[in-house]
Design a protein around this ligand. Structure first.
Ligand SMILES: Cc1ncc(COP(=O)(O)O)c(C=O)c1O
Length: 365
């Protein structure tokens, strides 16, 4: 059928042009070492399953609490804030979407640094928002003056940055947020693995939003829960554009149990950080430039047997690892990422498989 005859011709022009977000490959079948979407290699706290099982079938007949009130209060307690400073979402992606909806249009642009989380431009595309890209240089230092001058109404920063893992200090963030005439979102999906986080800056800046997720450190990517911390004013704005029942009953129960088991979180995060630091040394000892990571992944620039780096080398290792059923992430679309691979930190067996496969590739490549 020609395009003029299909019903999709009624779609809005900006929607016709959209390219959907490309999530990491989700393999089927067994035997994969899945290190491509920064999931946690360890299961969540056992209290999560208990809490989910305790939700009765009868309770599922009813809609969930639209505000996720208990979870808001628990997150507020954890961070020393008031529940009016917290909003809960169906993953932090939902929160990012609410921020784009609330603070950007074609004329009020959204800014973001490049490279960073590739969902931001997709959300802006859906909303028809103007976008302003602020490039990093290879050292991934915060381009403060460029952001201050970019003219965006809302700016998204990922700290620790994805896909490099570099974390920004609160001193650097303070200089930026204080001078920025608009909303600054610090996407802290990986903050539990970092040295510092921006929560203490909330008392200083009413234009700051900090987003968090249960998908990484809490091991709950399958539940889809995230939250944002911000001034009550911003939270009230986001609540206005939120789907009424955005977080289901089982997810609210499970996330609450996870949040209340901070001892379990600390133990798992400690384990992942030790593995991350060990493999950072191992990759560096191969002579591979690897960013100092404050997240649960490593971003490394492979060097082949003849001492070459570059996009072909990175792609060759990516494909070789895939042929060994080891999934990592390759980002060919940007000069600062195309010679690197991002490897999520797995458990000890998974990381051993990565090491052995790299050794094999070095013999072959
Ligand atoms: C920087 C960043 N923010 C947000 C998310 C999404 O988190 P969630 O699973 O809570 O939607 C991710 C997931 O990979 C991420 O890397």
């Amino acid at each position: 059928m020609s395009e003029e005859r299909t019903a999709s011709r009624f779609a809005l022009r900006h929607v016709k042009r959209l390219k959907a977000y490309q999530p990491g490959f989700q393999p089927r079948g067994d035997g994969w070492v899945k290190l491509n979407t920064n999931e946690n290699p360890y299961p969540p706290s056992p209290k999560v399953e208990e809490a989910i099982r305790s939700v009765s079938g009868e309770a599922l007949r009813l809609y969930p609490d639209p505000a996720s009130s208990e979870l808001r209060s628990a997150a507020a307690r954890l961070h020393g804030l008031d529940s009016a400073n917290v909003i809960v979402g169906n993953g932090s992606d939902d929160i990012l979407n609410l921020l784009v909806r609330s603070f950007s249009t074609a004329s009020d642009s959204a800014g973001f640094t490049l490279p960073s989380y590739s969902l931001y431009p997709v959300l802006c595309g859906i909303q028809g928002s103007g976008t302003i890209q602020v490039p990093f240089s290879r050292d991934i230092e915060l381009p403060t003056s460029e952001i201050l001058e970019c003219g965006a109404n809302v700016v998204f920063l990922t700290s620790p940055n994805a896909p490099t893992g570099v974390g920004f200090s609160n001193a650097a963030l303070r200089a930026l947020i204080g001078g920025f005439d608009g909303i600054v979102v610090v996407d802290e999906a990986y903050a539990d693995f970092a040295k510092e986080n921006a929560v203490e800056l909330l008392s200083e800046f009413s234009n700051l939003v900090v987003t968090r997720t249960f998908s990484k450190s809490y091991g709950l990517a399958g539940l889809r829960v995230g939250y944002a911390l911000a001034s009550s004013d911003i939270v009230a704005t986001l609540d206005r554009v939120r789907d009424s029942y955005n977080v289901n009953r089982l997810s609210q129960a499970g996330a609450l149990a996870a949040l209340e088991d901070q001892n379990y979180l600390d133990a798992i995060v400690g384990k992942i950080k030790r593995t991350r630091d060990y493999y950072h040394k191992e990759l560096s000892s191969l002579g591979w430039f690897t960013y100092e990571s404050q997240a649960n992944f490593l971003f490394t620039e492979p060097v082949d047997r003849s001492g070459e780096t570059g996009p072909e080398v990175a792609r060759s290792l990516f494909e070789f690892l895939k042929s060994r059923k080891v999934l990592t992430r390759y980002f060919p679309g940007h000069a600062l990422t195309e010679s690197f691979l991002r490897i999520s930190v797995g458990d000890e067996d998974q990381m051993l498989k990565v090491s052995e496969s790299i050794e094999e590739w070095l013999k072959d490549a």
